[in-house]
Write a protein that binds this ligand. Structure first.
Ligand SMILES: Cc1ncc(COP(=O)(O)O)c(C=O)c1O
Length: 406
């Protein structure tokens, strides 16, 4: 049965999502006023509430100056704590295990200071060969930091080979650092099974959840993940370069044998202004903080996490499966490289002369059809119907536009 525009419209009536909470960019081509936005895996759209709430925070600065640290409606000193509960619920963690701070790669580095501790015979870092380049650069520089040769210390294997490698050579691995959802293929990795396997070999297991947080349900505490980090600008809709998150499992909190880089935000807030020369960190992920956080960057993260808290990941995941399932049906006949274990993103391999490369295709989709999709040269198009705001009609438009272009 072939699906048509009326089917998409009917499904949107029955299963509308939360589109009205977001600004939809106007289209620059095609016959609809708004874009069909399929790039929420790259940069999420702006929640309408973000602007007013950011203005409230800015007004507090205008009215109160330094007194805003304590007297603002949302006082700045404990501001980051407003984000902890919703972030913890999103990733299936305890609040004490969760902190919003810095950027993703910075957090990976800070966590590797604690969790990549090579010893002779167990020096390797295992990553997927498809890992996002920033992670690859990060682990190579960590190996160099420990005066190891990154070409020897960093092992790259195909995602489907990770388990076999751990079975065979896990005893030589100090750290496994994997992407929860692969940025290119959209594959959702078996986070609990790989974490357990890494642990059974004595390795520490950390996860980059850039493409997983806000996309798939996570239970980091229950799965025993050692540490994780994620960004907030993709599925978490908190704006370009938005602050990131970090998770440290409870069993590592308060450990005095772990190395951590410290600053005044690492110390117990109750004693912070005693200006003591030695930090006294709490047994919390907050101890990994270093600097006082940027309030106006935290503001949109707070707004956005509240939306996730209200809607809830279980409901979002269900809508995500319906929406992405619909898009998958519409894309029958295309070379979809995303496996069945996935979040909302589908990746297509585009071939043939009509395509002219992924970038050229995405240009055409945008300016001739008003469809924003995400190209990865040479031949991958990523389409992510996001359950908070994407519609079945967006999916239909994207599939129609691809058919017209290819
Ligand atoms: C999987 C993954 N890891 C790391 C990064 C780098 O993030 P940042 O620049 O926020 O450190 C990205 C950015 O898109 C990513 O997708």
């Amino acid at each position: 049965m072939s699906l048509n525009e009326d089917d998409a419209r009917r499904l949107d009536e029955a299963d509308p999502g939360h589109r009205a909470l977001f600004y939809m960019p106007p289209a620059e081509g095609g016959r609809y006023p708004e874009v069909a936005y399929m790039a929420g895996n790259s940069l999420g759209l702006q929640p309408k509430a973000a602007r007013a709430e950011l203005l409230e925070d800015l007004d507090a600065w205008a009215r109160l100056g330094v007194e805003g640290h304590l007297d603002a409606k949302r006082p700045w000193l404990p501001y980051h704590e407003l984000l902890t509960g919703p972030a913890a619920r999103l990733i299936g963690a305890l609040p004490s295990e969760t902190v919003i701070m810095n950027s993703l790669t910075v957090n990976l580095h800070l966590l590797m200071v604690s969790f990549y501790r090579p010893v002779p015979g167990r020096e390797r870092i295992l990553i997927e060969d498809s890992t996002f380049p920033s992670d690859s650069y990060a682990v190579r520089s960590q190996a160099r930091f420990h005066e190891l040769d990154p070409d020897e210390a960093v092992v790259r294997v195909a995602p489907e080979q990770v388990a076999a490698f751990l079975e065979a050579e896990g005893e030589s691995v100090a750290l496994v650092l994997l992407g929860g959802v692969d940025y290119l293929s959209g594959e959702l990795m078996d986070i609990p099974a790989l974490t357990a396997l890494g642990h059974s070999k004595g390795a520490t297991v950390g996860w980059d959840l850039a493409h997983a947080a806000g996309n798939v349900p996570l239970s980091l505490h229950e799965w025993g993940v050692d540490f994780a980090a994620w960004c907030s600008y993709k599925y978490l809709n908190s704006g370009p370069g938005a602050l990131a998150g970090a998770f440290v499992h409870e069993r590592h909190l308060g450990r005095e044998d772990l190395q951590r880089f410290e600053g005044w935000w690492s110390t117990d807030p109750a004693t912070r202004f005693k200006m003591a020369p030695v930090a006294t960190p709490l047994a919390q992920a907050d101890a990994w903080q270093i600097s006082n956080p940027p309030i106006f960057s935290m503001s949109p993260v707070r707004t956005s996490l509240e939306i996730f808290d209200r809607v809830g990941m279980p409901a979002l995941r269900q809508r995500s499966e319906r929406l992405t399932g619909f898009l998958a049906d519409l894309l029958a006949g295309f070379d979809v490289v995303t496996p069945a274990s996935r979040g909302c993103q589908l990746s297509l391999r585009i071939t043939g002369e009509a395509a002219g490369g992924a970038n050229a295709l995405s240009h055409k989709l945008r300016f001739e059809h008003g469809v924003i999709a995400d190209a990865r040269e040479p031949d991958i198009m990523r389409l992510a119907p996001v359950p908070l705001y994407s519609s079945y009609h967006d999916c239909w438009r994207a599939a129609e536009a691809l058919r017209a272009c290819l």
